[in-house]
Design a protein around this ligand. Structure first.
Ligand SMILES: [Zn+2]
Length: 317
């Protein structure tokens, strides 16, 4: 195990911006033509679930290094200034790093950071970029992939022990993202979205760790006799995503504790008025399926997103 700075820059008052990577290599296999997997988190400074997953993976590797057949690079904190200040974007520039790729050496500081990251990961066989929503929405562990690259990435996504795979159309692809840049460079790149901003969800961390180990086993990156129990994810190829938005402003009180498989017309929650004791609106599922997004932050305004459900398309007229 070796920790290296992949990017460093002097800050105004004698401090230093430093982005680090730790590399795990197999014992006694140096110099061989090894596969490489890179795991990234903290591109958004207010998202911490990925740091837990990376910690769990590093701990597993420390305890099982003799099983490793590949190079594992971990990058837990791509936006350390953001993490230190509980800020999603890159402080001082107000730039979303996941809209600044591919960047270059001659750009402003955020552009240099993303360029250094892409150059360091380039050549990896697989990359996984872990995000954790925001403080407003809870996401069940899910994978977002672009249709353009889905032939390569979908089979990998199915091994990651997530509940849902959301395949986005080529027209909605954001070209300035980490995943688009790395996929273009030939690294099969998956984006995981799970949990809530500024929080850790232990069960989700454990779930994704199993998925990463399963993927690495299937790729022969680890020698493991253990059989991992993997969830069969819903995939957006065969259905439709339904959005539930707030019809009124108020306090959203969910009827469900967490994301789960629900039935049509099942109650999702209500919007209430604390000033008068009235229920302003009751929300019901327009379709059965998996509720993969649920409002976490209770204050809502007309139009706020409350939930997303993926389900088989309704045949009714
Ligand atoms: Zn994010």
């Amino acid at each position: 195990m070796k920790t290296t700075e992949i990017f460093t820059s002097q800050l105004p008052v004698g401090e230093k911006l430093s982005i680090k990577r730790t590399r795990f290599e197999p014992l006694n296999k140096k110099g061989k033509n090894l596969k490489r997997i890179s795991i990234v988190s903290g591109i958004h400074g207010d998202e911490l679930e990925g740091q837990l997953v990376i910690y769990l993976l590093a701990k597993w590797l420390n305890e099982n290094i003799e099983k490793l057949n590949a190079i594992v690079d971990i990058y837990p904190a791509i936006n350390p200034l953001g993490i230190d200040t509980i800020t999603r974007s890159f402080p001082g520039y107000d730039i979303d790093l996941n809209r600044a790729f591919p960047g270059s050496e001659n750009e402003f500081l955020p552009g240099q950071v993303v360029h250094a990251l892409a150059q360091d990961i380039k050549g990896s066989d697989i990359a996984i970029d872990i995000h954790s929503s925001n403080i407003f929405l809870r996401e069940i562990p899910q994978i977002r992939i672009n249709k353009q690259f889905s032939k390569e990435t979908l089979p990998l996504a199915k091994q990651l022990n997530c509940d849902f795979i959301w395949i986005h159309d080529a027209v909605t692809v954001l070209e300035a993202t980490f995943s688009h840049t790395l996929n273009l460079l030939g690294t099969k790149t998956l984006v995981v979205e799970m949990g809530v901003g500024m929080r850790l969800t232990k069960e989700y961390g454990d779930q994704l760790l199993i998925g990463i180990l399963n993927l690495m086993k299937k790729q022969k990156m680890i020698d493991c006799t253990e059989k991992f129990e993997i969830r069969k994810p819903f995939s957006s190829e065969k259905g439709e995503v339904f959005y539930i938005n707030a019809p009124k402003s108020g306090l959203f009180v969910p009827s469900l504790d967490h994301c789960e498989i629900i039935e049509k017309n099942q109650k999702i929650g209500e919007i209430v008025n604390p000033l008068t004791g009235e229920v302003l609106s009751e929300l019901f599922a327009p379709n059965g399926g998996i509720l993969f997004t649920l409002r976490e932050y209770p204050v809502v305004y007309e139009g706020s997103l409350l939930a997303r459900i993926f389900g088989e398309k309704c045949e009714e007229n």
